[in-house]
Design a protein around this ligand. Structure first.
Ligand SMILES: Cc1cc2nc3c(=O)[nH]c(=O)nc-3n(C[C@H](O)[C@H](O)[C@H](O)COP(=O)(O)OP(=O)(O)OC[C@H]3O[C@@H](n4cnc5c(N)ncnc54)[C@H](O)[C@@H]3O)c2cc1C
Length: 460
């Protein structure tokens, strides 16, 4: 069977690997493979400028990496904890809770907020309903909890404020617990979070071991292994502009060349692009998918000569620093202290730090001049940690802009995905996958791409 895959990001390359027994052509608009996985050759060694970790508790992903022969490349983080910069100081993240949503008062919050948490009023919840995470937590606990912790934590994953994210897609376990508790009447957030904490304590095995892992040589190890072992013909610098039905197959239109006809087409591009490409072959699915918006971000990676500046100020003993969403005069939203987070990077000369900027609905920083971004990153890093990166010595800098980096999992997102998938199931010969479909994390993207590829060739 002759199959075209559009997009050589993680989803497209995983699908190509899954379809390795077929004649597969992958068309990629950019001059490189990997999409939002991008390992850059710093002088001190390969360094990720997109995704830099994955949830290692996903056994399916770890097994998949073993199947690719990459088990020896997996490395674990240091075990240090992140900090949050809020009210002009660094704090440890509050203990317990779910994505920063607490079950009980915490020293971290103001007295007023703690009084609200302690006296939370029950609310009505209809099983299966969705809600904006920010709106729900704001209504129950007030803005302090949302702006100081929840948005910082969720923003680190989704590049969106909590107000723009749907509970069911981004904290599904909490939505399910609310569904369960709603059978007995009105619910509270604190009650649902406490029930989840209890379930966690009752299953210590499941929670054993570090949550995250990564690849010693960066994500390039993964995307290069997928490309090679797929045996697919990968065409770089090939922008696909349209797909049309032709007889029992599909004509794929692109530049620079006419690309021919295929028995099957798998779309592995971001949601708005997939919507545009589906418009002739599956117009209803295209209209649904068009509703999914993207959030942009920019990562500035540094290697400093030292983790201590000449004045003796050091970076904190933490994996990273999240910046509270309501912190005034801050532009960076987070710093990953990569050399602290990953022992294999800590062994390299100097000290690697990644600064991240940008949230859904505000592209100004993503478009900012490169020199300005570097200054913002260095100024903000000094503000949150006291560490003067300029004085410590900047050895290397890499700026990576991610326009449309992450799909925004807004309230109702899962319903959109269900409708798109149902419509595509009725359109033989084409399928779609990617970070918009089954979750933005690397294991989720892989799982969805594999299942979608298997279904595509399972159809007759
Ligand atoms: C800054 C950042 C940090 C992240 N950190 C993590 C992390 O630490 N852990 C984690 O699990 N996940 C992380 N993620 C999420 C994860 O990296 C992504 O969800 C995943 O890599 C997306 O893969 P994809 O194949 O769906 O999409 P993409 O990587 O976007 O791939 C789509 C591909 O399609 C190509 N394309 C687009 N249009 C066309 C066209 N018309 N014709 C041909 N080709 C086209 C694109 O060039 C691209 O290569 C992060 C994401 C970002 C942006």
């Amino acid at each position: 069977m002759k199959i075209a895959i559009i997009g050589a990001g993680l989803a497209g390359l995983t699908a190509a690997y899954e379809l390795r027994d077929h004649e597969v052509y992958v068309f990629e608009a950019e001059g490189r493979i990997g999409g939002k996985l991008h390992t850059v050759a710093f002088d001190a060694g390969p360094t990720d400028m997109g995704a830099e970790a994955f949830v290692a508790r996903r056994a399916d992903a770890v097994e998949f990496f073993s199947e690719l022969g990459l088990q020896g490349s997996l490395v674990r983080p240091s075990g240090l904890r992140p900090r949050v910069y809020s009210d002009g100081a660094l704090h440890l993240l509050p203990e317990g809770g779910v994505m920063g949503i607490p079950a009980r008062p915490q020293d971290f919050f103001t007295e007023e907020t703690n009084a609200r948490i302690a006296a939370e009023q029950p609310f009505g919840w209809t099983p299966g309903q969705d809600a904006s995470v920010g709106a729900l937590v704001r209504a129950q606990f007030g803005s302090d909890v949302v702006d100081r912790v929840v948005s910082a934590l969720l923003g680190g994953v989704y590049s969106c404020a909590a107000d723009d994210l749907g509970l069911r897609a981004t904290i599904p376990q909490l939505a399910q617990m609310l569904d369960q508790l709603a059978a007995q009447g009105p619910v509270t957030l604190s009650g649902a979070v406490a029930a989840l904490e209890q379930a966690r304590t009752a299953a210590p095995q499941a929670a054993a071991g570090p949550v995250f892992a990564t690849f010693r040589g960066g994500y390039a190890e993964l995307y290069e292994a997928l490309a090679e072992q797929s045996g697919a013909q990968i065409h770089l610098d090939t922008f696909i502009s349209g797909v049309q039905a032709q007889g029992a197959g599909f004509q794929v239109h692109g530049a620079p060349a006419e690309l021919g006809t295929f028995d099957r087409v798998l779309f592995a591009t971001p949601a708005p692009t997939t919507a545009r490409l589906l418009s002739k072959v599956a117009p209803q699915a295209a209209a649904e998918l068009k509703q999914v918006k993207l959030a942009s971000s920019v990562v500035v990676g540094f290697r400093f000569a030292s983790a201590t500046d000449p004045q003796g100020a050091s970076l904190p003993e933490a994996t990273g620093i999240l910046v509270a969403a309501d912190e005034p005069d801050m532009r960076a939203k987070a710093f990953t202290l990569s050399s602290n987070k990953w022992p294999h990077l800590g062994q390299r000369p100097g000290c690697i730090v990644r600064a991240s900027f940008g949230r859904f609905g505000d592209d100004a920083l993503v478009r900012a001049d490169e020199d300005d971004l570097v200054d913002f990153a260095l100024d903000d890093l000094q503000k949150v940690s006291g560490f003067d990166g300029r004085a410590a010595g900047v050895e290397e800098i890499y700026t990576q802009r991610w326009f449309g980096g992450i799909p925004c999992y807004a309230p109702g997102h899962l319903d959109i995905v269900s409708r798109v998938e149902a419509l595509l199931a009725d359109t033989p010969g084409i399928s779609a996958t990617g970070a918009w479909a089954g979750g933005v994390g690397v294991p989720a993207v892989i799982a969805h791409a594999r299942a979608t590829a298997a279904r595509l060739v399972g159809q007759e």
